[in-house]
Design a protein around this ligand. Sequence first.
Ligand SMILES: [Zn+2]
Length: 426
Amino acid sequence: LEIIILLELLVLVLLNKKCTENCFQLQKMSSIYTNSQTKFTIYEVLHFAIYTVLWHPESVQHIQQNKEVHLYVNGSDVNKVKDLLNNAKIHNEVQIDDVQELIAKQIYNISNHPRDIAGSRSHYENYHPLEEIFSWMSEITGKNPHLLQQILIGSSSEKRPLYVLKLSVKGVTPKAAIWIDCGIHAREWISPAFCQWFLGYAVEHYQSDPDLSAILNKLEFYVLPVMNVDGYEYTRTTDRMWRKNRSQHEGNFCKGTDLNRNFDAGWCGAGASSDPCAQTYCGPFPESEPEVRAVADFIRKNKESIKGYISIHSYSQMVLFPYSYKTERAKDHRELMVLAKKASDAIRVGYQNKFGFGPGAETIYLAPGGSDDWAYDLGIKYSFTLELQDRGRYGFLLPPYLIRAACLEAYLTVKIIALHIVEKTE
Ligand SMILES: [Zn+2]
């Protein structure tokens, strides 16, 4: 047993650089052995340090054997954190040595690039503040009235608008629709970048990409580029590592609900938290969050036509499908598994990248209240969650030069799902 424990020590990577008060550093730990002591130590680290965020998994309870643990730590706390981990014999290393630099590379402001008009290639290969995403929406819709329509579906808890762009070729009577949402979790910036990239690509290539033409001759898309608008804005202005929305419920000490635990699917069961301060807080009741309510209402209203539901997240590179709230297999398990594997294979062959796949609960862990499970139980058979690049090298701080590659992989998956829906709705 001791030998096993020795082999199964955590490996923590710490690449340290001199850091003043306001800079952050990332500690990436590869955890192999986990027991209650490991979880306790990580818990202790998270509460001891001034600013430490668990990147992966999203809560201490989800730390698993043979799975890595990624921590984001303030530079001034690195030594104390290392001491705590070393004392518990948890091996550790710094993975990223200057997180501030990575964050700076992600912060892009159109005013610094006056010649960069919305719709240009450099627009899609950069991350944008919400304001720029909103002006991009009006611009791309205004320029492509034969393809796009902007629909207001509700507003956030801080009263920001929630816009869906409907992609539908004028003159075509669609047989079905696919819903795609991005930005449920605030810090996963590659996700809203994908929704923008996808629409930009569609507008540009709907006649030249034969698969896309075939898809748009039969289907229409509803695309929500940023679902967690308040949280996204907060990651730009205040806390890059924020995950939840920004709602304040009466009597709660902390702000924010995890929107992907707030859907009415096994709500707040094992894998979610009823602690308002937790990253996976499920909210006071299902659909308590205006963002979730708006999406659920819109999809319910259009459920006759919506045959596909795709939610875009990061990171870890996975094609997931129901269920996540229970370990029981979905009625359509086989068909969904074949599709997910097809996407994973296509990414491996086309882009030499590895994507895991399978039902959420079996592939990662129990996660109740998720949007894909809810959509599936509503009757949307082709329901998926995609976890885009990467596998932890940069995590949420994926540099802009990797946006294109991440989007191409996601697009390939969307295409495979959409073509399958076209075939099944003939
Ligand atoms: Zn996510």
